[in-house]
Design a protein around this ligand. Structure first.
Ligand code: NAI
Ligand code: MG
Length: 499
């Protein structure tokens, strides 16, 4: 076995965490995988192994489901008041903040994102979402109904926790994705089996320790690290799971839907996107140019809602593209833990090759590489912020989710909003979109026409806890975050009392 690499910029606490054994959290105990297997986890900034983690599979998922079922049916969790549940979730946010430096370092190291992004965005936004959902714990209510059946009745609905939930998350925001899943499940009183992405297991495991520290009862949150085709597939198919929540590729989303059919478990999906960004000629360029740049290159483009298809009016197309290219050339690409890094590597060698292959496909189909296009350095998986022009809707780079720092730019020469919207909506996806204009009427008319779950006007997006996020079309099922997000974790029961 190779020596583990300890990055010299890691603080003591993060280094100490890496040196610990990384086991599975099942029924309140940290257990090795039943198979005894472990797998390597990497720093995508160097490609070196930073930790070894228990490789859970179907057997471990089975144990975790049993623990979650026991905690749901018989444990203290169901008797804890909503107020106390809320307090525990709130305290989890406090602990995240108290350990923010350590957790941000682990996140930056394992995912590649810059430490400042992890420290100033991922960790505080996760704390914020836990607090937002903590507040909802005491506000989960039903309705009283007036019915017309002859007789006298008292009729009402209650929202009950859906039960044992399986949650499968991706690697692009490991802590944030764990939080989006866990916070509403805990607020509603569910119990959970969480599987982090195999590329980024670390911060979810650290979160598992904090979950124990706040006194959330054993078995309420179980964390099984492992691979998708083994541990993930076992979650999707398990007859003891009432609901599965998944974020990741549309390809795997489809596999999960099929696997879930066995016991007809409820499914929510947050899948891919190819979000349009529409710049009208009257847009404030000092807002639009940096906004569009950020909308595609944040997190190295590894964001489901990334604004990856630019439509700029012919009158401003050159200005917009040149402006973005100029900003892109100034983005400091480097190791997440280096001072001043703005854009880190992509997650893996596989992803780097996948993104590079898309850029090649674009070139071969006639696209012009107006900025970037290549790899940065030869250690780690760094790619240049890239802009492709002369693209058209037939090209794979325009149709498919690249999930890397690649913007496809197209122009329109039209004032008919229906026709502009038609171009923007020419995608199997419908996750997000943004509209850049000073005209209020254009903004609202376009917001109605874009078929997507989240529309920004003069902003590409927001990660606020209160904003529901999810997709139209093949971008998914259901909405996470906000009040909507709670509904994924409750069942409605109607009670009819004949008086
Ligand atoms: P993926 O969809 O394979 O992985 C996401 C999660 O699903 C991971 O936890 C993985 O272990 C799990 N998984 C994989 N196969 C599974 C299976 N058969 N059953 C159950 N769980 C399974 O994504 P991958 O391969 O890492 O990335 C490929 C592409 O997917 C990216 O280039 C991007 O286009 C898209 N993607 C989209 C994300 C989003 O936020 N919408 C996040 C990650 C990837
Ligand atoms: Mg995959």
């Amino acid at each position: 076995m190779n020596q583990l690499f300890i990055h010299p910029r890691l603080g003591k606490k993060a280094a100490a965490f890496l040196a610990r054994e990384h086991k599975l959290l099942i029924g309140g105990k940290w257990l090795p995988a039943r198979s005894g297997k472990v797998f390597d986890t990497y720093d995508p900034g160097t490609g070196r192994v930073i930790a070894r983690v228990a490789e859970g599979d179907a057997g471990d998922i089975d144990l975790a489901v049993n623990a979650a079922r026991e905690a749901f049916e018989n444990g203290p969790w169901g008797r804890i008041t909503p107020s106390d549940r809320g307090k525990m979730i709130w305290r989890l946010a406090d602990l995240l903040e108290q350990n923010a430096d350590e957790i941000a370092e682990l996140e930056a190291l394992n995912n590649g994102k810059s430490l400042s992004t992890a420290r100033n965005s991922d960790v505080p936004l996760s704390a914020d979402l836990f607090r937002y959902m903590a507040g909802w714990a005491t506000k989960i209510t039903g309705e009283t109904l007036s019915i017309s059946t002859p007789g006298t009745y008292h009729t009402f609905t209650v929202r009950e926790p859906i039960g044992v939930v399986g949650q499968i998350i991706p690697w692009n925001g490991p802590l944030a994705m764990a939080t989006w899943k866990l916070a509403p499940a805990l607020a509603t009183g569910c119990t959970v089996v969480l599987k982090p992405a195999e590329q980024t297991p670390l911060t979810a495991l650290r979160l598992g320790e904090l979950i124990q520290e706040v006194g959330i009862p054993d078995g309420v949150v179980n964390i099984v690290t492992g691979f998708g085709h083994t541990a993930g597939a076992a979650i999707a198919a398990h007859p003891g799971i009432d609901k599965v929540a998944f974020t990741g590729s549309s390809e795997v989303g489809r596999i999960i839907v099929k696997a879930a059919a066995g016991n007809l478990k409820k499914v929510s999906l947050e899948l891919g996107g190819k979000s349009p960004v529409i710049v009208f000629p009257d847009a404030d360029m000092s807002v639009a140019v940096p906004g569009v740049t950020q909308g595609i290159f944040a997190n190295s483009g590894q964001v489901c809602t990334a604004g990856s298809r630019l439509f700029a009016h012919k009158k401003v197309f050159d200005r917009v593209v040149e402006g973005i290219a100029e900003q892109a050339s100034k983005i400091r690409v480097g190791h997440g833990l280096n001072d001043g890094t703005q854009m880190g590597p992509v997650i893996s060698q596989v992803q780097m090759e996948r993104v590079s292959d898309y850029i090649e496909q674009g070139r071969a189909a006639g696209a012009t590489v107006a900025a970037g296009g290549g790899r940065v350095g030869d250690e780690g998986y760094f790619l240049e912020p890239t802009i492709l022009t002369d693209t058209n809707p037939e090209m794979s780079v325009v149709r498919e989710e690249i999930f890397g720092p690649v913007l496809c730019a197209m122009s329109f020469d039209d004032d008919d909003l229906d026709r502009i919207a038609k171009q923007a909506n020419d995608s199997i996806y419908g996750l997000a979109g943004s509209i850049w204009t000073r005209d209020l009427s254009t903004a609202h008319k376009m917001a109605r026409r874009i078929r997507a779950g989240r529309i920004g006007v003069n902003v590409h997006g927001s990660t606020d806890a209160a904003i529901p996020t999810g997709g139209f079309k093949e971008s998914g099922w259901g909405r996470e975050k906000g009040h909507e997000g709670l509904h994924l974790y409750t069942e409605v029961k109607s009670v009819i009392v004949a008086l």
